[in-house]
Design a protein. Structure first.
Lengths: 258, 311
């Protein structure tokens, strides 16, 4: 029963998406082209000229692309888990309507996580195709980047959604974006190896989920993945996701069952 | 179930928010096919009670059985058989009228063809057929409320819960909603409603409880309550402001069962309003306006609590 109830909410998001899918697909395709074109090819040509031994001897494009894939998953998660969730409880109050049906707060949460999983899969798959078009994938293992990127996204989606449920003002999201998402985007190894960071800052990068996602996707894309390290990354991301689901279950219940 | 016609039974039902006791140990029963009301001012605990019945707010104490089931353990199963019209509109204003019903029907696990069939009937019932494919956003308040009623009926519920169904509507829109609810009542649908409008309670309810500060002050049919707690007629007198106090003193010995001195008028509870007015005039008092009317639930509430319903 629990699964089928969550699926009813998943279907709601699917129905909802029918109104907005065109614009959404457009940016899902355009963004990887813009980033890989400007930074991978444009900036990359300059970097490659100076030698890429600190990148592991691969082209900047090949180094950057899997990192961006993971970072894009984080951004997708951020987009899906903030305003749509907050709006459902605060503006439209459709969540309040839904809990008068057989659905429970946790069903709404899990239904939305399922939906986010689908969005992450769509966007990551498109990103991988664009990577292939740019010739940025070095190893056939790159295909495993798809579940890796989805997991990275979920490690953000679940806790952010829990956070969205306890927020009382939407300005909280601007703060999260400014002080959370953007620093992670810039300093989690997406654009340069974190070995370039000062020694005392590096441990900070290790605890952020994005660094694990970037490292995992990059090692798969470059074909340098090792079982132990990869399992560590997956374990860490899965643990953060699980914590987020636990927190989200509580937050949904508290907000909707007063 | 021992008594299949008792749909809801509450004993000592309590809801506490921190230090605040919203619902303070109330007892009531709801029978199949009746229209049952909670009448009381804002903050009396009506909405908290409705949320507990709707299985979206766990009770803090007491017993509550809905359709023979415990809401703490069987929330989804109970909610599958309830229809809810919340106080605040919770429609998806970005979707069309028809899509709102589709989404909601799907929440109840109904098949699309079933929803389509019911949608046509329900939109006809709430007079929104012509707006079926319009977005909800631009609809008027009355239309949105009617759509919410249609939405609550999509699952063909055993009990329909309405929390302040006409609050915020203009008089004309209220009458349209009342008319629809009256038709549902005629069809034998079991309704539970909260209201702070005494005319709404009088028109729709077979039986009601008067709620005040989390407690039930009285219970009965509108007629029983009026007979028990008020007189057949009420004489309302308005005096010039500076004369009101004096007049009240002089009225003390007029043959009335009870006198209420309000801020703007004086109410004399009596069996014969015209006779009472004659005896007021016999004392040389000349009110600015006078009115003889039947007692209403407003008078019952005033008698029970010393306060007015709508402040």
């Amino acid at each position: 029963m629990a699964q089928t109830l969550a699926i009813r909410q998943f279907r709601f998001w699917l129905t909802n998406y029918r109104r907005t899918w065109r614009g959404s697909i457009y940016s899902s395709v355009l963004n990887p082209f813009l980033y890989l074109g400007a930074m991978g090819l444009g900036l990359g040509t300059l970097i490659d000229r100076h030698g890429t031994s600190s990148l592991g001897g691969v082209s900047y494009l090949a180094f950057l692309a899997p990192g961006l894939l993971a970072a894009a998953a984080m951004q997708t998660a951020m987009g899906e888990s903030t305003y749509p969730v907050y709006g459902s409880v605060k503006w439209l109050k459709t969540y309040q309507a839904a809990i008068s049906s057989p659905l429970r707060p946790a069903d709404l949460f899990h239904g939305h996580l399922l939906w986010t999983t689908l969005r992450l899969t769509m966007n990551s798959a498109i990103f991988l195709v664009v990577m292939a078009v740019f010739g940025a994938a070095a190893s056939p293992w790159v295909i495993v980047c798809l579940p890796a990127a989805v997991l990275t996204g979920l490690a953000f989606a679940a806790p952010i959604e829990a956070y969205a449920m306890i927020c009382t003002k939407d300005t909280s999201f601007a703060m999260l974006f400014r002080f959370g998402i953007i620093p992670l985007f810039l300093f989690s190894g997406t654009f340069f190896p974190i070995s370039q960071l000062p020694v005392y800052v590096r441990p900070l990068a290790y605890v952020t989920p994005l660094w694990h996602g970037v490292a995992l996707c990059r090692s798969l894309s470059l074909g340098t993945a090792q079982l132990g390290t990869s399992a560590g990354h997956v374990g860490y991301l899965a643990a953060v996701t699980a914590l987020g689901i636990y927190a989200g279950n509580r937050a949904y219940r508290r907000r909707l069952y007063a | 179930m021992a008594e299949p016609d008792i749909l809801i039974r509450a004993r000592g039902l309590t809801k506490v928010f921190g230090e605040f006791i919203a619902v303070d140990g109330i007892d009531f029963e709801l029978s199949q096919g009746e229209v049952f009301g909670f009448l009381g001012p804002n903050g009396a605990g009506k909405s908290s009670t409705m949320r507990m019945i709707g299985c979206v707010s766990p009770r803090s104490g007491g017993e509550l059985t809905i359709l023979g089931l415990d809401p703490d353990r069987h929330g989804p199963a109970i909610r599958a058989r309830l229809g809810v019209v919340p106080q605040e509109d919770t429609l998806d204003v970005e979707l069309t009228v028809r899509e709102n019903l589709l989404i909601y029907g799907r929440y109840f696990g109904l098949r699309r063809d079933v929803i389509r069939e019911r949608t046509a009937k329900l939109l006809d019932f709430v007079q929104l057929t012509e707006r079926a494919d319009d977005e909800v956003e631009p609809l008027s308040g009355g239309m949105k409320r009617r759509l919410t009623i249609a939405r609550s009926l999509i699952s063909e519920p055993d009990i329909l819960l309405l929390d302040e169904p006409t609050t915020g509507l203009d008089p004309q829109a209220r009458h349209v909603v009342w008319d629809r609810l009256y038709r549902l009542k005629q069809q034998g649908v079991t309704l539970v409603l909260t209201t702070h409008y005494m005319d709404e309670a009088e028109q729709l309810c077979d039986r009601l409880v008067v709620m005040d500060r989390g407690k039930i002050a009285a219970e009965g049919s509108p007629r029983q309550l009026i007979e028990t707690y008020s007189t057949p007629e009420v004489l309302e007198l308005r005096f010039a402001l500076e004369e009101q106090e004096q007049a009240a003193d002089k009225l003390a010995d007029v043959a009335a069962e009870r006198i209420e001195v309000l801020a703007d008028r004086i109410l004399l509870y009596t069996a014969d309003g015209d006779a009472a007015l004659d005896s007021v005039r016999a004392r040389g008092l000349e009110p600015v306006t006078s009115l003889v009317r039947r007692s209403t639930l407003e008078d019952v509430f005033l008698r029970l609590t010393g306060r007015r319903l709508e402040d």
